[in-house]
Design a protein around this ligand. Structure first.
Ligand code: ADP
Ligand code: MG
Length: 378
């Protein structure tokens, strides 16, 4: 009889536990791989320190006499050798990341590109090229896919990114859209997740919670419609949160501004899973703790009001909502003067020693441990 094999449910280890398992068993073989699994994008040296080129040219010199080996540091096509290549991918799955009942395909195409640009921004980089891969069920028509690509093209135009390829296949149920992206960053400007230092200030761009509150609203309206198809959606005065959910933007503008201000964040991540989860990623990988102040967390007025209307705690929406695609970064205290009056950057706390943990401080001075409650797909 076959011995019963051990079976671990993915729900036991969660998404991040799974990624960690994968990461631990992955070896890299190329000198050009500067950063593999574990940040918002992989970091690749280019022009690559090309071992195989070396080997080939060594062989050539044997075969053809006196040819000197090509230098691995040779600069090609006028590219500066001081830049690094960033490479990332993100996938959106029908029924998990989007609901066709309230997601226009144009918006979906736009969002699929933007969430990838946001990961490049999170490394302090600028996106340049994408590929788009689709798995489609026969529920989708040519007209539907044209609409999806209208959104993709609009995002490419807005962010100056080129669509350079992809893959198309069929799916038994629903739509899957997977985007891969490359970008660049100057070597001295790159921001990783694991380089935050004690006393650094924690900053966040824009406002938080809106995308999650928008999702709650869209789900409620869908339910109302399913219960009574004569009902029209009540979205008046809610355009901000709806837009935050359906058509987020990547904060490339802040990347340019930080450059102008001569600030290189000591660490950075984009907020896809919620402030709490992302702050824990920075703290765990930088081996530091953090204090953030509840009163400082930024929320937009209509998002706050809608949260209250839905009997949701606005702070929980900001901490755990996710999909805001704002940037969470840390800066050296000496840079505070440069951003303290910036209308779109809020300082929400500072990094501490690891042993103090990651905590939210309330107005009354109470300390609450920050826990990750990002999306659990499994
Ligand atoms: P983000 O939310 O910024 O897109 P993720 O949480 O999806 O980041 O991924 C964290 C890290 O794990 C990234 O470096 C990503 O490339 C890597 N990663 C995610 N899934 C896999 C996988 N299936 N195999 C290898 N690496 C993965
Ligand atoms: Mg990210």
């Amino acid at each position: 009889m076959k011995k019963k094999e051990k079976r671990t449910e993915l729900s036991e280890i969660g998404e991040f536990g799974l990624i960690d398992k994968i990461r631990k068993n992955v070896e890299t073989f190329n000198k050009s791989t500067i950063k593999g699994i574990g940040d918002d994008a992989a970091v690749i040296a280019f022009p690559a320190p090309n071992d195989s080129l070396y080997k080939k040219s060594n062989k050539q010199s044997k075969e053809h006499g006196n040819l000197s080996p090509l230098s691995p540091r040779v600069t090609r096509g006028g590219q500066s050798r001081d830049k690094l290549l960033l490479f990332s991918t993100d996938m959106l799955v029908e029924g998990i990341h989007f609901d066709m009942a309230f997601t226009p395909l144009k918006h979906l195409g736009y969002k699929a590109v933007v969430v990838n640009i946001s990961d490049i921004a999170a490394m302090n980089g600028i996106a340049q090229q994408i590929t788009v891969s689709l798995a489609l069920s026969n529920r989708y028509s040519l007209e539907a896919i044209e609409e999806l690509y209208e959104g993709i093209r609009t995002a490419c135009k807005n962010y100056n990114v080129d669509l350079v390829g992809g893959d198309t296949t069929s799916s038994v149920s629903g739509l899957i859209i997977s985007v891969a992206i490359v970008g660049t960053v100057e070597k001295e400007n790159i921001s990783y997740r694991n380089t935050g230092k004690k006393n650094d200030l924690i900053c966040v761009t824009g406002d938080l919670g809106g995308a999650y509150i928008g999702l709650q609203l869209l789900e409620r309206e869908k339910q109302v419609f399913l219960d009574n198809q004569d009902m029209q959606p009540e979205l008046e005065g809610k355009d901000y949160v709806v837009k935050r959910q359906l058509m987020p933007e990547a904060r490339t503008d802040i990347i340019y501004e930080l450059k102008d201000l001569n600030i290189v964040p000591t660490s950075m991540i984009d907020i896809s899973d919620g402030l709490a989860s992302e702050l824990l990623h920075i703290c765990n990988s930088s081996k530091v703790g953090a204090k953030i102040y509840k009163e400082k967390l930024p929320i937009e007025k209509s998002a706050y009001e809608t949260a209250v209307e839905f009997k949701l705690d606005p702070t929980t929406c900001m901490l755990n909502g996710g999909e805001d695609y704002e940037l969470l970064f840390t800066i050296n205290t000496s840079d505070f003067g440069k951003i303290k009056n910036h209308p779109d950057i809020t300082t929400i706390g500072h990094l501490t020693e690891k042993k103090s943990g990651v905590n939210l401080i309330t107005k009354e001075g109470n300390m609450v441990e920050v826990k990750a409650q990002g999306w659990e797909h499994f």
